[in-house]
Design a protein around this ligand. Structure first.
Ligand code: ATP
Ligand code: MG
Length: 641
């Protein structure tokens, strides 16, 4: 039984939305199912190709090639092709700075010009087709410009999230052996300044492959520049030629390398290629996020994560949309910053994340008051399972009940959205990512790796190759094979648990290693968390299974409170009741720990292995370098005393 089941409602697409949706004919599902290669071939034809493919798919598990022999360029698709279609004067990137109301807009023509120039800068530094370029920047327009410039000359980019430490940057640079690093002097975020060049200098002490560093100026303070190696972006750009032809890339040439967020272990250098990636990213942006020509579309992810790559940069630009890039945080200068931004720019589509939505919930609806959010017509979420209470809150308070909510399940590895509603067609259920995208085939397998019939719960599996799938782990094909394919051969093992209901809807229950086994009962951490946050005093909860001699595992819940309740015996009793009511007595936590904070990765995900380590009293908690705030670990240890 699902947590909060008794409260779950379903939502039909609002009529007004359905009438204008990009996809309004449910036969697309059947059509794609009959011939999934044909379906994707049609989507590929929506791109610009220098030369079309000879074969749609070559599948030799675990190696896939899509649109074999096709030639295209991703930057050409996102820039020149848009200008050719009359969008030259349309805003491509609407950049808002950390300070409200400050920012800059680039039309498609302007963006094209900047990208060509910077592509020539990279060429001037000796970067050629196939040479990886590392990018470590704050959320400034030079970041997507640098990515598109790489794509234009066929140099794979490896974007490293700008808040990572020098050490994390060093490891990622050394893994891909980049010759050039593109960074910035720094950048303001939430009213504070981060100094990227300074961190980069730490990394650069031990990165033998780097010959040149390009530094964009954002902060304008003095930074140390190493003679011969470091150059200011603006100086190089001022001297660069204006024209730069787009390289004709093979469909299977590498577009980028991106390291996964490291929630479960050492980050993996996920490799994405050109034709299949852009095909699925473009199609899902149109079909799931319903992006149209007159939209002001805002994906609030950082470009340093895959969501920013696919749905802030490549998806919206390849569709000729106006994409908002925001430098700041949701809470600066006040808790209403997002609502203020939506109102001022007339944002129509807002793509967010559960961790952000739950933080909004904690503040209540007051920050929303006085803001006109009537421009919004669609809301989206990605990154983690969203508990039904947060989904409802988002739908009711941000969308005012008028905007469909698309809960989109996918991974760095999948490159693009895999399970999500088509908002003009799909009835939504809070907490469920609903159905696989047309052309995508997923299933649920049991512990013995047999497919489950009908409704049930188990391991999520992707049963066919898809265009934007990762092609390998950079320089580690063996880890690629082992991690994703060893278990099922020609089917992709996701490492997420899921539940399928009678309507064929999928609810992600969390990562596989987040499924607990308590006295023989398999219980998802997410289910228990969902039950706990169903209590009005709980802002956030994280649940893990601690090894237990008697039961196999015992449930430990870390709970952050909201409002003015004390974490006392009385509340513990109420919380236990809450879990018993919504799941059953077997799911009652053995231990409830009240804590002010949780260990989160920089992408906002809870690092459960740390919680498990603390609950088991382990001294060594493993690699915690990707934690947003490593000091949380000490707080947790103290809270457990
Ligand atoms: P690592 O693989 O390095 O441990 P990560 O899995 O957190 O890191 P990402 O690729 O950014 O890195 O995240 C993908 C994962 O996020 C999915 O496998 C899933 O667990 C979770 N996820 C993403 N979107 C959703 C969603 N809509 N609903 C439920 N879970 C989601
Ligand atoms: Mg993962």
């Amino acid at each position: 039984m699902m947590a909060e089941e008794t409260e779950i409602r379903t939502y039909e697409p609002p009529e007004e939305f359905a009438r204008q949706a990009n996809v309004d004919d449910a036969s697309v599902y059947d059509e794609a199912e009959k011939d999934y290669e044909g379906f994707w071939e049609k989507r590929a034809k929506e791109l610009h190709w220098f030369k079309e493919w000879d074969q749609v798919l070559n599948w030799d598990p675990p190696e896939a090639e899509w649109f074999v022999g096709g030639k295209l360029n991703v930057a050409y698709n996102c820039l020149d092709y848009q200008v050719e279609q009359g969008r030259g004067d349309k805003t491509a990137i609407l950049w808002e700075s950390d300070e409200p109301g400050e920012g800059k807009a680039y039309t498609y023509s302007e963006l094209t010009a900047e990208v060509k120039k910077f592509a020539n800068v990279l060429k001037g530094l000796g970067v050629g087709k196939g040479d990886p370029v590392a990018i470590y920047m704050p959320m400034i327009p030079e970041l997507p410009i640098a990515m598109l410039a790489c794509a234009r000359i066929g140099a794979p980019h490896s974007v490293v999230f700008g808040a990572f430490s020098g050490d994390s940057l060093r490891d990622r640079i050394n893994d891909c052996e980049a010759k050039v690093l593109v960074t910035a002097d720094g950048g303001p975020r939430g009213g504070k300044t981060a100094y990227h060049k300074k961190n980069a200098d730490e990394a650069l002490k031990d990165t033998p492959s780097i010959d040149s560093v390009v530094v964009a100026k954002r902060v304008g303070e003095d930074v140390p520049m190493t003679e011969g190696r470091d150059h200011w972006w603006e100086d190089l750009a001022a001297e660069a030629e204006d024209e730069c032809p787009a390289e004709e890339m093979d469909s299977e040439d590498i577009l980028f390398i991106l390291y996964s967020s490291g929630s479960t272990g050492k980050p993996k250098g996920i490799v994405h290629t050109t034709g299949g990636y852009l095909t699925q990213v473009k199609a899902t942006t149109r079909w799931v996020l319903d992006v149209k020509d007159d939209d002001v579309y805002w994906c609030q992810a950082d470009i340093g994560w895959v969501t920013g790559h696919s749905y802030l940069v490549y998806g919206p630009l390849s569709n000729g949309a106006t994409t908002v890039q925001f430098e700041g945080t949701p809470s600066y200068p006040g808790p209403d910053r997002h609502w203020d931004l939506i109102e001022r720019h007339g944002v129509t589509i807002y793509y967010s994340a559960p961790t952000v939505i739950r933080a909004f919930m904690k503040q209540g609806t007051e920050p929303l008051e006085g803001h006109d959010l009537s421009s919004l017509r669609l809301l989206g979420t990605v990154g983690e399972p969203i508990n039904p209470r947060a989904w409802e809150w988002f739908h009711n308070n941000v969308g005012k009940g008028n905007c469909p909510v698309v809960d989109t399940w996918w991974q760095t590895e999948t490159g693009a959205i895999m399970i999500a509603p088509l908002p003009g067609l799909t009835k939504t259920k809070p907490g469920s990512a609903t159905r696989p995208f047309p052309g995508i085939s997923v299933d649920i397998y049991d512990e013995e790796d047999n497919p489950i019939e009908g409704a049930g719960k188990g391991n999520l599996v992707i049963t066919r190759p898809w265009p934007s799938m990762l092609r390998t782990i950079y320089k580690d094909p063996e880890r690629y094979r082992k991690t994703y394919w060893e278990r099922l051969g020609d089917k992709y093992f996701v490492e997420d648990g899921a539940e399928r209901d009678e309507d064929g809807y999928y609810t992600i229950t969390g990562r596989i290693d987040d499924v607990m086994n308590v006295s023989g009962h398999r219980i998802g951490t997410m289910e228990v968390e969902s039950a706990l946050v169903g209590h009005e005093s709980v802002a956030e909860a994280a649940v893990i299974g601690r090894n237990d001699e008697d039961k196999g595992q015992a449930i430990v819940a870390y709970v952050i409170l909201e409002g003015d309740r004390e974490g006392d015996e009385e509340l513990i009793k109420e919380l236990n009741n809450q879990v018993r009511k919504s799941i059953g007595p077997h799911a009652r936590p053995e231990e409830i720990i009240f804590t002010p904070d949780l260990p989160k990765t920089r992408s906002g995900k809870i690092m459960r292995r740390v919680l498990r380590g603390v609950a088991e009293g382990q001294e060594d908690l493993g690699d915690t370098s990707t934690l947003a705030d490593p000091s949380v670990v000490d707080d947790l240890k103290a809270a457990r005393q």
